[in-house]
Design a protein around this ligand. Structure first.
Ligand code: GLN
Length: 186
């Protein structure tokens, strides 16, 4: 049976994630209310605007049920604003502090090829007003960096990237995430 992956769909770039996950063989569900979290095998927090997302999460009463899902060990993939949402200063679900718009206003968007420990070929990364990881706890593994600033990390079943793999035809991160999802439900 295909695993069921929820994508937070209050705001931001959730559509490209839904399409990519579907292409990779997952069943997908847009998450807008606490009830949408029921029975998920995996969860994606997309990019967007973290202040707007924070307001939406508060309005829908999603913070606590989302936290319960993440703490239960369901694999999570957070991209860009999704990375910010997981940090100590937002949902507090990952032992990192994100710095918003960290690459400066004049370099709002750029692309880079990043080496990842798990992949032979570099990951082509599209950064859009991206954060970086300013601080992280000892349990957090840094997977990639730009100019010494961490832009991808893993802690337990949570993987975060500051860029947008779903916009560059980069499928490996989602495929790896789905592998974790499938292993856990098998
Ligand atoms: N700059 C956005 C924020 O701070 C994140 C940008 C993105 O998700 N592409 O919320």
């Amino acid at each position: 049976m295909a695993p069921l992956v929820g994508v937070l769909a209050l705001q931001g770039g959730f559509d490209a994630h839904l399409k990519l996950l579907r292409d990779l063989g997952a069943d997908v569900r847009e998450v807008r209310t606490p009830a949408d979290l029921d029975g998920l095998d995996g969860l994606v927090l997309p990019g967007g605007e973290s202040t707007t997302m924070t307001l939406g999460i508060a309005r829908e009463g999603l913070a606590e049920p989302l936290g319960d899902v993440v703490r239960s060990g369901v694999p999570v993939l957070g991209t860009c604003a999704g990375l910010i949402m997981l940090d100590r200063e937002h949902l507090g679900l990952m032992d990192i502090v994100a710095r918003r718009n960290a690459f400066g206003r004049q370099i709002r968007s750029f692309e880079a090829d990043l080496d990842f420990p798990d992949f032979d070929e570099p990951v082509h990364a599209v950064f859009i007003r991206a954060p970086w990881i300013e601080e992280h706890g000892a349990g957090v593994e840094i997977l990639a960096a730009v100019d010494g600033h961490p832009v991808a990390a893993r802690e337990g079943a949570i993987t975060v990237v500051a860029f947008h793999p779903e916009l560059s035809g980069e499928r490996r991160l989602h495929a790896q995430f789905l592998e974790c999802v499938r292993t856990r439900v098998a």
